[in-house]
Design a protein around this ligand. Structure first.
Ligand code: ZN
Length: 348
């Protein structure tokens, strides 16, 4: 309730397309939802990670996301899944809507809306990154008046090293673990991260096994034309001499059965305490999200009049932008109060 009231204050300050953040993101005054966590009559789903997906009556997403949803969550008994290619326009109420690659995982999309009556535009990023990926489409952000963006790593201390550096560190970990007579167990989320891990093991010269959930998602990547290096289904009896890729939730079970050393691949590895927090032997900073520099780079590319932040360090990043002279507010924290207290009711 309070979020909605505060948001309305913000909406008065800008003439663009408004958004509401209550139980999910909604375009103000329209039946258009963006990644709502609960079922809605009509929703855009940016990508197939569970925190962005629910079974809606009518879902719009990219074709790879539709294939991943079917493989991951099964085919729905009811409801419509409408897959539209990147760049193709659809009409809904008083808006034209297009999807553009977000560079987060295969099929991940940014959503661009244009309002028919005044040409106002909005870009919702979903999860994204601007760095090149080994396994998914490169992000293609487009200009918009209003930018709604994720800010998972929205603090300046989050700066990811070049991929070559991370790859070299992972390879060293694999060889050192094998030399010690143990199995290197690389941990990453089964959709997106695991496929990137497999790709960075390409050419290492050590056979690779992967958890069945990773093979299932990898099959969709291949159906969509993505090439993944050779790997086979994890077989605990034959795992010695292999490098194993598995999702983090399997660590305990696998370590109880295999003499292994564990490494987590995650953006959170930039935190010195990550190893201890996640209970792993090593942590390497490989992320599917934008780091702080990329968040700023996105704003340069989109050139918005106003920015709303929705995930992670939302208030901190929005405050950072305001110090840089860009109007920006968190949709999930109470920095809208600052807007009211500062009396900034008309920035047009
Ligand atoms: Zn995601």
């Amino acid at each position: 309730m309070q979020d909605d009231r505060l948001m309305e204050t913000a909406l008065r300050s800008t003439p663009g397309i408004g958004v509401r953040h209550g139980r999910g993101l909604q375009i103000a005054g329209a039946g258009i939802w963006l990644d709502p966590p609960k079922p809605k009559p009509w929703a855009l789903v940016s990508h197939a990670h569970i925190d962005h997906f629910a079974r809606h009556d009518h879902t719009v997403c990219s074709p790879p996301t539709a294939a991943l949803i079917h493989a991951r969550y099964g085919r729905p008994r009811k409801g419509v899944l409408n897959a539209i290619p990147f760049g193709q326009s659809i009409e809904r109420e008083a808006f034209s809507i297009r999807l553009h690659a977000a560079g987060h995982i295969l099929g991940s999309a940014m959503v661009h809306l244009t309002r028919h009556d005044d040409g106002a535009t909005l870009l919702y990023t979903g999860d994204f990154k601007l760095r090149d990926s080994l396994t998914c489409e490169r992000a293609e952000p487009v200009q918009a008046d209003t930018l709604v963006m994720e800010t998972t790593f929205g603090l300046p201390r989050f700066k990811f090293p070049p991929r070559a550096e991370v790859t070299a560190a992972v390879h060293r970990f694999v060889f050192a673990t094998l030399d010690a007579g143990k199995v290197p167990l690389l941990l990453g989320y089964s959709l997106g991260k695991a496929q990137e891990i497999l790709a960075l093991l390409d050419g290492i010269g050590v056979p690779v096994m992967a958890h069945e959930s990773i093979l299932k998602m990898g099959a969709v990547y291949r159906e969509c034309g993505r090439v993944l290096p050779e790997h086979e289904l994890l077989d605990l009896d034959r795992a010695a001499g292999h490098v194993v890729v598995a999702p983090p939730q399997t660590t305990k079970t696998l370590c109880a059965k295999l003499p292994c050393r564990t490494a987590l691949l995650s953006g959170w590895a930039l935190d010195k305490s990550a190893k201890y927090r996640y209970g792993v032997d090593e942590a390497f900073p490989l992320s599917d999200h934008a780091d702080h520099d990329e968040l700023l780079q996105l704003i340069d590319q989109v050139c918005p009049r106003v920015v709303y932040t929705v995930h992670g360090y939302t208030a901190e990043f929005a405050a950072d932008l305001r110090r840089r002279g860009i109007e920006a507010w968190s949709l999930v924290d109470n920095d809208q109060l600052e807007l009211r207290l500062e009396g900034r009711v008309d920035c047009s």
